[in-house]
Design a protein. Structure first.
Length: 247
């Protein structure tokens, strides 16, 4: 879950809903090639493993705050990412390669492109993390050879997946209202108002371009672990419209 403090409530976006937004960006992107369908699939399914954890999401016992995705227990994170990589690979080997790179890259700050990215509890199980990353990276040459793609192509698509992922996270983690401009890879966003931004260079065919995000607003109060999942899923998701336009 992606959790944002709204003072009177917590905004909760499920990882699968975040991935749906990222995949919508990928589908609408005008720059595409023969691997685009696999890239869209990888974007849509890159966080599928979270669906297991989110069946019974956790809260902080002292405050009742829902556990944010960066604060989850790492052994569980490694286990469900392995399952996600295997499932996506069965459907599309190239998409599976990209999701494997994404999973390993989480523990490598997106291979140097997102220096702020860190799971808060990764150091507790550093040996397990290194084993996971080494295991995934060792599989990449064989996975790549089986797809017939090049090393340059897989890295280009990995960075595109990170772009779509981080664009979605941008809206999951803020209202994009009256904030500072924000840069990601080769793109620059500037907020125009709540849920409306400019992006340069402009990557979509039409301007404005609209997308939807599902969120839940959880009232701020201390609650027990047993109460939270049923309370969360009883809430009607709110659909937010996000708009991009040319600078």
């Amino acid at each position: 879950m992606i959790v944002r403090d709204r003072l009177d409530s917590w905004q909760v976006v499920l990882q699968t809903d975040h991935a749906d937004l990222a995949a919508a960006f990928a589908r609408a992107w005008t720059e595409r090639d023969e691997r685009h369908d696999s890239l869209v699939l990888a974007t849509e399914r890159h966080d599928d493993g979270w669906a297991v954890w989110e069946q019974a999401p956790l809260v902080e016992p002292e405050t009742g705050r829902p556990i944010n995705f960066l604060d989850v227990g790492v052994p569980a994170h490694l286990a469900f990412y392995r399952a996600c990589i295997a499932a996506v690979s069965d459907q599309d080997p190239y998409a599976g390669l990209l999701v494997s790179m994404h999973g390993a890259g989480i523990y490598r700050q997106r291979y140097g492109t997102d220096l702020a990215l860190s799971l808060t509890r990764a150091e507790e199980v550093a040996e397990q993390v290194e084993e996971f990353v080494a295991e995934q990276e060792a599989s990449h040459p064989g996975r790549l050879a089986a797809t017939g793609s090049s090393d340059e192509e897989r890295w280009a698509d990995y960075y595109r997946l990170q772009l779509y992922d981080r664009l979605s996270l941008y809206f999951c983690m803020r209202d994009a209202e009256n904030g500072e401009p924000w840069e990601i890879l080769d793109y620059r966003l500037a907020p125009l108002g709540a849920w409306r931004v400019t992006i340069d260079p402009y990557p979509f065919e039409s301007s404005p371009a609209s997308f939807s995000l599902l969120r839940r607003l959880v009232p701020r109060r201390v609650r027990g672990q047993d109460d939270f999942p049923s309370e969360l899923f009883a809430l009607e998701p709110e659909q937010i419209e996000i708009t991009f336009q040319r600078d």
